[in-house]
Each structure stands twice: as structure tokens, then as C-alpha cells.
Design a protein around this ligand. Structure first.
Ligand SMILES: [Cu+2]
Length: 437
């Protein structure tokens, strides 16, 4: 997809890292960033145009030729016998998650979205848009010198070509830069797709003993006061794809998908309408009447199935907030990656059936993340302390979904409690001329 993305990695001094004894190298080259490859422009999906399909997944911006299975692939060099910290980032904006595995190697997950977890050894990682996992790879398999790294799009992209990179053993890591040109890449399913997998929302609750839900990744440190408190706010937020058979005759951001149906995104049947200026830096211009939530809908929306307005979830500064996210898809197939700005949250529950929510919570040491896959027809429960004043976007991380309104904004604290922008910070607004019609 057109647009820019990249890896921004912030390291802490190694002495501060509780996992420092688990790896020998944290090399700048050892990050894997996944992105989508679409032979067309993202804008073509918006009103008036038909749709195309995802053409493939790129690994660090590189892919072989998908139709001939030949070409240059990204090569990651590792030193024989040593342990390497890798940072995996999913920057895919299209609507599917990706499974990453490295042939004949275990991956020891040590962090999720930048938060340390108790090390968990797995065979593959299921990652969705916006998520990040750090893992340690031990280069101790001497049968070959080169191994395949495989990225496989899942969900509704499952039939698409797989992407490959190469893990290559060398004596010395320094100075290794070229990428390998291959004539024969593996065929679909050429190496086994078995073993333990972490974070696959499609298999939750289905008795797959080899699949670990994200709640099995235990945080190294937890804040018990957040986990044990009675929440000050409890929100239930349904994650909605709203499909209309044809152009509704009115301009709003919707996208066009297969079958030429118009699709809106929404939370609780409210499709997020953006203001014409940033809420934080131009807060004096906010007309409070433009905000809404499911109990305070504007008059024009009464009796309608869904509404366009600026969906706000307002909470007091330093309150404890719990959100139950409900998937509304027919199957656990489209697993929306929900991302919160400004704060991490604990994931205290997850399940495959949104009409049967288990109130048993993982409160011992749940993962502390800022993005999670809500199972398509399931649910997830998150909680956080709202101690960062401001307006924070809360949205599905699939590009088309949040652009089409699958989002809301958390207002943490009153305007008087928020930091303001710098004095001469540029301003913006709606500069369209008034049109009479
Ligand atoms: Cu989504």
C-alpha cells in the first residue's frame, strides 16, 4: 500500500534490561518489519472505485517475484552459536494478520509492544497490524547454513502468496549486507507448520493445545493496584463493520470491498467523524455538542441504525477504566487489531464467543500492551489507569477500517488538566467556503 512506514526502535541501556542475560546480540539489523504489497493506490478503495486484493507481504520492504518464485530476498545474518534479539513489527495496513516462523528454530518471546514478559518459547508468532514482539533466536542448528523465514498472511488473506526471507549463519556478523538472490523458493507448506503458536485469535477456545492466547504471555512486572481495583468506568464497545449494498448517496469515508459493497467502520454503531482541528491544541474551539457516545446521540441520529459523530469516551484523570471489546463478525476471521494511544493496557480476558463472556479474569500477570487482536466474533477485556491527560485515539489499526470510522477518542481529564501546545503552534481548521444549495 502506498504510504510511509519504518522501524523506530528505542533501546534502553543493556544493564537496565531484565532480559540482558538471554541474548548476546541486539544488532541494529535485527528487526523484521512486515508490510503489505498492493499493486495499486490505497485511495482506489475509497468511494467510487472497485477493490483490489493484497498482492503479498513485504519483509523489510523486500519480496521475491511472487509469480515466478525467484528473486532477491531479505537476508538476516546471525553468528553461529550465539543468541540474537530480534524485533518483529507488523505494519500491514490491510485486513489480515501474519504468522511468522523460522525454519527449524524456536523463538523465545521476551517482550510484547515494548513491555517485558516472562520468556516464552514458541515455534511461531501470530502478529496483527500495530503489534510488536521481541524474541531471542539461538543460532545453534548446524544442519544447514541457511534457513527460511516465512511470513504467511492469515484470515481472509490465507490464500495469498507467502513471503520469505533468509536466516544465514556466518562466523562474524559485521559487514554482512547483501541480500540473497534465489531461483527456487519454497512451495506453499513445504516446511512443517506445527508446534506452539502464540497470539492466534482464530483458535481461542477451540481446544488447540498448541495455540497460546495472548493472555498466556505473562508480564514481568504488574501494577496490582490497577488490576485489583474496582474500575471507575466500564465501557462495552462493539467493533462493527457496517455494510451497505450501494453508495448511500452522501459523502462519508467508506471503503469499497469485494462485491462492490460500501463498508463503514464503527464502534457501537457510531462511525467516527473527525473534527476539523486537533482536539488537544485547539481545545478552545471544541463545540461540546459535536461529541457523542451511545447514550448521547445527536437528534439527527435517533431512529437510525448508525450515526456519524465524534465518538468520545470521557474519563476522569487517574481513574481506572475497563473496556470490553466485542467482535461482531460472523466468524473469528476478521480479527480487528485495536490500538490505544497514550497508554498501555492490561489484557485480562479474551474469548471466542462474544455472546458468552467469561468473567474469569487473568489478573495475576496479564500482558501489558497497546494493541490487541479482538477475535472477530469474540471479545477481549482490557483495563488501564487513565493517568495521561489528553485526547487519545482508540481505533482499529487496519488502515481502511479506522479511516472509515472504526474508532473513538478517549478524553482523559478535563481540558484544564491537559498540557497545551506551544504558543505559536500552527493551527488548522475547516477552510472550505460556505456553499449554498
Ligand atoms: Cu478493523
Amino acid at each position: 500500500m502506498n504510504g510511509q512506514h519504518g522501524a523506530l526502535i528505542i533501546r534502553e541501556p543493556k544493564d537496565n534490561d531484565p532480559h540482558k542475560d538471554l541474548y548476546d546480540f541486539d544488532h541494529p539489523e535485527h528487526y523484521i518489519i512486515l508490510s503489505d504489497w498492493v499493486h495499486g493506490y490505497a485511495e482506489d478503495y475509497f468511494p467510487g472505485f472497485g477493490t483490489t486484493l493484497l498482492n503479498g507481504i513485504l519483509i523489510n520492504g523486500i519480496s521475491h517475484n511472487l509469480s515466478t518464485s525467484t528473486g532477491v530476498v531479505k537476508t538476516f545474518y546471525v553468528e553461529k552459536g550465539r543468541r540474537h534479539r530480534f524485533r518483529l513489527i507488523d505494519s500491514v495496513g490491510f485486513g489480515c494478520s501474519v504468522q511468522l516462523r523460522i525454519e527449524s528454530h524456536k523463538l523465545t518471546v521476551i517482550a510484547a509492544d515494548g513491555s517485558n514478559v516472562f520468556p516464552k518459547e514458541v515455534d511461531s508468532i501470530h502478529i496483527n497490524s500495530g503489534e510488536r514482539f521481541d524474541f531471542v533466536l539461538r543460532a545453534n542448528n548446524y544442519k544447514k547454513k541457511e534457513y527460511w523465514i516465512r511470513a504467511r498472511a492469515l484470515g481472509n488473506c490465507e490464500s495469498y502468496p507467502e513471503s520469505f526471507a533468509v536466516l544465514k549463519y556466518v562466523d562474524n556478523l559485521e559487514g554482512q549486507q547483501e541480500h540473497i538472490d534465489y531461483q527456487n523458493l519454497p512451495m506453499l507448506g513445504e516446511f512443517p507448520d506445527d508446534g506452539l503458536e502464540i497470539n492466534n485469535p482464530e483458535t481461542i477456545g477451540k481446544g488447540h493445545l498448541k495455540d497460546l492466547p495472548i493472555t498466556e504471555l505473562a508480564s514481568l512486572y504488574v501494577n496490582k493496584s490497577i488490576l485489583e481495583a474496582v474500575p471507575d468506568y466500564r465501557f462495552t464497545v462493539s467493533v462493527d463493520d457496517i455494510i451497505l449494498p450501494e453508495d448511500p448517496g452522501q459523502y462519508h469515508n467508506y471503503f469499497v470491498r469485494l462485491g462492490n459493497v460500501a463498508t463503514y467502520g464503527a464502534f457501537n454503531n457510531i462511525s467516527f467523524a473527525e473534527q476539523h482541528f486537533p482536539l488537544l491544541t485547539q481545545s478552545e474551539e471544541i463545540n461540546q455538542d459535536t461529541f457523542c457516545d451511545d447514550r448521547n446521540l445527536p437528534d439527527r441520529c435517533h431512529g437510525k441504525d448508525f450515526c456519524f459523530c465524534t465518538h468520545r469516551l470521557k474519563v476522569r484523570l487517574n481513574s481506572i477504566v475497563e473496556v470490553t471489546l466485542l467482535g461482531t463478525e460472523e466468524k473469528n476471521f476478521m480479527n480487528h487489531p485495536i490500538h490505544l494511544h497514550g497508554s498501555h493496557f492490561y489484557i485480562t480476558g479474551i474469548g471466542s464467543n462474544s455472546s458468552s463472556i467469561s468473567y474469569e479474569r487473568q489478573t495475576e500477570s496479564p500482558p501489558y500492551k497497546d494493541t490487541l487482536s479482538v477475535p472477530g466474533s469474540g471479545y477481549a477485556i482490557i483495563r488501564f489507569k487513565a493517568d495521561n491527560p489528553g485526547f487519545w485515539f482508540f481505533h482499529c489499526h487496519y488502515d481502511y477500517h479506522h479511516a472509515a470510522g472504526m474508532s473513538a477518542v478517549f478524553q482523559v481529564g478535563e481540558l484544564s488538566e491537559m498540557n497545551k501546545g506551544p504558543k505559536d503552534f500552527p493551527k488548522c481548521g475547516n477552510y472550505l467556503p460556505d456553499i449554498e444549495y
